[in-house]
Design a protein around this ligand. Structure first.
Ligand code: AMP
Length: 574
């Protein structure tokens, strides 16, 4: 299939704000595609060439793209940079410059989707000496054979900034429309549910689209986990108080809510994979944990879930989340890091055992299987200690002990509940934490600081998710909690945030910048107020940065429905 077909759809998506129109455009493209191109198209529509859980990223920098655009269009680099300053988008720059040059070129060949996809994938695998030249030639080859409009999207894809706004929900609904066009009402809901279910277990809509096309609804409903590929985990709901949580379930178990990072470990014989909650593959970063899983799991094939915590090698006490975060992001010197920041694993669930998926089994049964499978080593590799009681006094003591041990609070789990992948469902897990519930929000804009904060972004626009549209809605400005100077390891400075956010700035007007929502931060606040100043309709009063949430992606940020619910709850349910 020609790349120009996909480009037509990109252009439509960019043009229309209407969700339905977007779904229509994507659905017709999917319908036209053969099975071979389908997974490529679905990834490219999301601006990607690898599923989000893959370790591979395209990874090409602005600097290199400027060089490519210069050589491909024949304009000097200075002209490219000048145009880039004006447009703020190298895609628009290449389109404009190629447009100017077009009379002089001999005309372009039409490139196909396969060629673009394969070249983009190649970009991710070139490494080491001379890799810059190779990357330049890979992208240049594509641009030389493209129309100006095609070049715009090739450049944006290579930078990882497609900017056409197809949220995952749009892809999901487009798959439904493309392959189950006759379904209406409840049948349509059923189809969408089946697509979502398949995606929870196989988090790559390219793969899901192929299942829908080739195996239909039944195939989607029968989608299964695959060892070595991550799945979307069950999430916890928030309880207003411990008492409320205890009253929620007939049979329950309380566990500490460890302050670490969730890990799903897959084991297939000697082979082990580790994934975070954001489905990142962190196997290479944790050779110590891989070894512990090999030795400490008495099953040939299984998927277990737990919370990893960094522990101080001298005292054996838990360390701040930031220490673990260093391990998660470390790409070199891993052996030394393993010694300096050892990890402790607290396992709390099992979802797959010796070929059998365990989602339908009640938690009680899953816990029993987990206990059979784990060969514990105290303080290193252990089961989350359970307390089975509905007695408030005993539960409160356990809760206080958890807090005293530096944990976040407790999890109250329904022993009769099945496991629902990808969902934050009432009836499964309830988390109880002491403070006014914090919110996980994204940064969607900022203002350059003045005075002491000059040169840094000084205040940050917070946004929550709107599940329906996939957009982010503003709900406050925050500057508190960010430090001018680092005095403790856990401090986040204006410089830290500025460095982190700068690459995602997509527009600038006066001292205000727009930022692609990528960074998720945890925010504490005094109160939620109604406000006409922000498009969410709410404003946080005195928002304060608690910490970064690198374990969460923007899709995991809290949504407008939650804010609205919390707004009502703070008024005593009125
Ligand atoms: P939150 O990130 O605040 O939504 O809380 C849910 C997270 O708590 C899970 O994704 C886990 O990473 C973490 N967690 C810590 N301890 C437990 C536990 N005992 N059971 C389940 N999740 C836990």
């Amino acid at each position: 299939m020609l790349y120009s077909k996909l480009v037509d759809v990109y252009a439509k998506l960019e043009e229309t704000p209407s969700r339905l129109a977007k779904i229509d455009a994507v659905a017709s493209l999917l319908q036209e595609s053969d099975s071979e191109n389908l997974p490529r198209i679905v990834l490219l529509l999301q601006g990607k060439v690898f599923p989000s859980w893959s370790e591979m990223v395209i990874g090409i920098a602005d600097k290199i793209v400027i060089k490519i655009v210069a050589t491909a269009t024949g304009f000097p680099e200075s002209a490219v940079v000048r145009s880039y300053r004006e447009t703020g988008d190298l895609g628009l720059t290449v389109e404009a410059l190629m447009g100017k040059k077009q009379q002089q070129t001999l005309g372009f060949k039409h490139i196909d989707i396969e060629k673009v996809f394969k070249n983009m994938r190649k970009l991710a695998s070139v490494e080491g000496k001379g890799s810059q030249e190779v990357k330049i030639s890979i992208v240049k080859e594509l641009i030389m054979h493209s129309s100006p409009l095609e070049a715009k999207y090739i450049v944006r894809t290579s930078l990882g900034q497609l900017r056409v706004g197809v949220a995952e929900g749009v892809i999901r609904d487009a798959i439904a429309k493309a392959y189950f066009p006759d379904k209406e009402g409840d049948d349509k809901k059923d189809a969408i549910k089946a697509i979502e279910w398949a995606w929870f277990l196989r988090p790559d809509y390219g793969e899901v689209a192929c299942i829908a096309k080739d195996k239909g609804l039944d195939g989607l409903k029968k989608a299964t986990l695959e060892l070595g590929k991550p799945f979307h985990v069950l999430l916890a709901d928030k309880a207003p108080s411990l008492k409320d949580a205890l009253e929620s379930y007939d049979n329950l178990q309380i566990e500490q809510k460890f302050d670490g990072a969730r890990i799903q470990a897959h084991k297939d014989g000697d082979k082990v994979w580790l994934f975070t909650r954001r489905l990142e593959n962190v196997t290479t970063q944790f050779p110590d944990l891989v070894e512990m899983v090999r030795k400490g799991v008495k099953a040939k094939r299984c998927i277990i879930e737990g919370e990893a915590m960094a522990v101080n090698p001298k005292t054996g006490k838990p360390m701040a989340f930031q220490a673990l975060s260093q391990r998660i992001h470390r790409k070199y010197d891993i052996a030394r890091m393993t010694k300096e920041i050892p990890v402790q694993l607290n396992w709390f669930d099992i979802v797959y055992l010796e070929g059998e998926q365990l989602f339908d089994k009640p938690f009680k049964e899953r816990r029993r299987l987990l206990e059979k499978v784990i060969k514990a080593t105290l303080g290193k590799f252990q089961l989350a200690e359970p307390l089975t009681t509905k007695d408030l006094k005993k539960a409160e003591k356990f809760y206080q002990e958890a807090l005293y041990a530096g944990q976040e609070g407790v999890m109250v789990k329904n022993l009769d509940a099945t496991y629902q992948p990808g969902k934050r469902v009432a009836g499964g897990w309830l988390k109880v934490k002491p403070i006014m519930e914090t919110l996980d929000l994204v940064i969607s804009g900022a203002q350059w600081g003045t005075g002491k904060r000059a040169g840094w972004l000084g205040s940050f626009l917070l946004a929550c998710r709107d599940q329906a549209s996939g957009e982010f809605l503003q709900c406050g400005m925050m500057g508190t909690g960010v430090k001018e100077k680092k005095t403790a390891e856990t401090d986040i400075t204006f410089k830290d945030l500025t460095d982190m956010l700068k690459p995602d700035i997509v527009g600038e007007k006066g001292s205000t910048v727009r930022i692609t929502p990528k960074i998720v931060i945890e925010i504490a606040y005094e109160e939620i107020q109604k406000s006409p100043n922000y498009d969410s309709g709410f404003a946080l009063r005195f928002p304060r940065l608690i910490r970064l949430r690198p374990d969460k992606s923007p899709e995991d940020a809290d949504d407008i429905d939650r804010i609205s619910l919390m707004y009502k709850q703070q008024k005593g349910g009125r």
